[in-house]
Design a protein around this ligand. Structure first.
Ligand code: G1P
Length: 302
């Protein structure tokens, strides 16, 4: 199975930093954001390759996932084997690339990788969300297996005023992940059958407050439907719209996850908070991180 990771955006919110550096290359602790997403994508045993959909103006992404044996050798000669291992790990992951030549929306980006996933179900992982536990795709695969290989998406509850930022589902609770039988309808582990999907509805239009978090397991039908998907919200080809059309012919399920399981890297402040939260929790960085903060009298609201 292939996991498709769209990474073709301009990174406008991070300008001017993203003038020369793709936003996917911004670091979280010691690795670029995209590496977390690739590692998460490759976590389930079913996935043999991550396909990054990028634009021709971002060669840094291709370089990053190439091996660099001379740098590895130099680091080993200097006794820096942990850094050499980290460089090797980045260059040796099964990653391939496709180009999205025009910025025509998420659905168009996914369709740009159609040949890679031909005739097979595929995962989609959006890159603005880092999930250290790497377990959402495994949960979606479990639900799909229990429902004849159906499409499954990860959803989470949000405040009514936030629904207009996301794709939102309509549906009904039909079950639970193994071990989550006592979860309430909107608690992690609840499984829903999806009856409708709306991209970025107003609070009044929203059929629920369960939003698509950016992890999808989709059937080949969705990829086929993307081929002639008309532009939707914002004039862009929306993945959500092709998924909604697939409901006329196929079942789709949603599994509720805890939104705090992942960390936002899609806005400068989200990315900053993610770095701070993850540094404070990582034994490799926590002591020095807190020492640097404490030296200045701690963190204060300014
Ligand atoms: C995309 C999807 C949306 C989803 C969101 C999650 O929107 O179109 O359905 O809820 O990602 O982050 P975007 O954030 O690209 O506007």
């Amino acid at each position: 199975m292939k996991a498709i990771i769209p990474a073709a955006g301009l990174g406008t919110r991070f300008l001017p930093s993203t003038k020369c550096t793709p936003k996917e290359m911004l670091p979280v602790l010691d690795k670029p954001v995209i590496q977390y997403v690739v590692e998460e994508a490759l976590e389930p045993a079913e996935v043999d390759e991550a396909i990054i959909v990028t634009s021709p103006g971002k060669p840094e992404l291709l370089s990053y996932f190439q091996p660099d044996r001379s740098l590895e050798r130099l680091l080993r000669e200097r006794g820096k084997s942990a850094y050499a291992d980290a460089v090797a790990a980045a260059g040796d992951m099964p990653v391939d690339f496709r180009y999205q030549y025009e910025p025509r929306g998420l659905g168009h980006a996914i369709r740009s990788a159609a040949d890679a996933a031909a005739g097979e179900s595929f995962l989609v992982l959006l890159g603005d969300y880092v999930v250290p536990a790497r377990d959402i795709c495994t949960k979606m695969l479990e639900v799909s297996r229990a429902h004849a290989g159906a499409s499954v998406i990860a959803v989470a509850p949000c405040a009514p005023e936030d629904v207009s930022r996301y794709g939102v589902i309509a549906g009904e609770r039909v079950g639970s992940l193994c071990g989550s039988e006592s979860a309430a309808d909107e608690e992690p582990g609840a499984v829903w059958r999806v009856s409708g999907l709306v991209e970025k509805p107003s609070a009044e239009e929203a059929p629920s407050n369960l939003y698509i978090v950016g992890r999808y397991l989709l059937s080949p039908l969705v990829m086929d439907l993307l081929a002639d998907q008309e532009p939707g919200k914002g004039g862009e080809v929306q993945l959500t719209d092709a998924m909604a059309r697939s409901l006329e012919r196929e079942a789709m399920y949603a599994v509720v996850i805890d939104p705090l399981e992942g960390f936002d890297t899609g806005t400068p402040s989200g990315w900053m908070a993610t770095n701070a939260l993850m540094a404070a929790a990582d034994p490799r960085f926590a002591a020095d991180f807190w020492a640097a903060i404490d030296e200045r009298g701690g963190l204060k609201r300014g």
